[in-house]
Design a protein around this ligand. Structure first.
Ligand code: PTJ
Length: 230
């Protein structure tokens, strides 16, 4: 489920690329609603190309990384999931569900930060069930040293004090800066050669539209196992 009503998207069901087109349409809708940036559409095209080459499926290496990421987030004292425009467009319900299961905070962090986009993404997440969204307006009052762009602004209750941060679909600078601060960084990035993918502590080379639902499943399995063991 996305923030966009699937009924509004007229993709013929029998189209051989129907799923890919539907996913693309979510970005377009997010763009029309003002919370996805033009560069987000370009980034999606790059992701699509890698996904196509990788066979549009979850590889074993991705599944292992997803399991490691869930374990790291469950073991963290202050886990945070960072959300940008593309993530909000592609997996709003799933990212909220995962944050609740993992007891991880949700923080908006944008490369192209504007008040309007922050508010729009906050609304998308709240509509998807989020109770608290960090990083909006004046609450992003702390700063990550060494970063000159808007991603340096973080929430003192969130990324600033986090020991483990998941950063889906990011550019590399912040990952490097967060690692220098001693934080564990989990990347979701279809480009295994990107600086984010190369610099993160754990890199999930998979489409976020598959990775997050799979991480939900992995978390639910772990919770069930520990309930049975306890
Ligand atoms: O919403 P903002 O202002 O924070 O801006 C977001 C973008 C995505 C524009 C910004 O973070 C950016 O410019 O990112 P990059 O540097 O283009 O990196 C995005 C990475 O995500 C690229 O390596 C893409 O291959 C990858 N990617 C794109 N779509 C997906 C993806 N990885 C996983 N799943 C996808 N669906």
């Amino acid at each position: 489920m996305s923030s966009v009503d699937e009924e509004d998207i007229h993709v013929p069901k029998d189209h051989p690329r129907a799923e890919s087109i539907r996913i693309r349409e979510r970005l377009i809708e997010g763009f029309k609603e003002g919370f996805v940036v033009v560069a987000g559409l370009i980034a999606h095209g790059r992701g699509e190309a890698f996904d196509y080459i990788l066979g549009e499926k979850t590889h074993k290496f991705a599944k292992i990384a997803e399991e490691a990421a869930v374990a790291a987030l469950l073991l963290a004292i202050n886990p945070v999931i960072s959300v940008n425009g593309n993530t909000a467009a592609l997996v709003p319900h799933e990212i909220v569900q995962l944050s609740k299961l993992l007891n991880a905070k949700l923080e908006i962090n944008l490369f192209y930060r504007t008040k309007e986009r922050e508010e729009a993404i906050k609304k998308v997440l709240e509509k998807a069930g989020a109770e608290k969204v960090l990083g909006v307006g004046d609450s992003a009052s702390a700063t990550i040293p060494e970063l000159s762009h808007s991603r340096r602004k973080v929430d003192p209750e969130g990324v600033f004090i986090a020991d483990c941060v998941m950063v889906p679909l990011e550019d590399g600078d912040r990952t490097i800066a967060l690692r220098k601060l001693g934080k564990q960084v989990i990347a979701i990035d279809l480009n295994p050669l990107s600086r984010t993918a190369q610099e993160a502590s754990i890199t999930i080379v998979n489409n976020i539209t598959r990775a997050i639902p799979e991480m939900i499943q992995i978390t639910q399995n772990i919770i069930k196992l520990s309930a049975n063991a306890g």
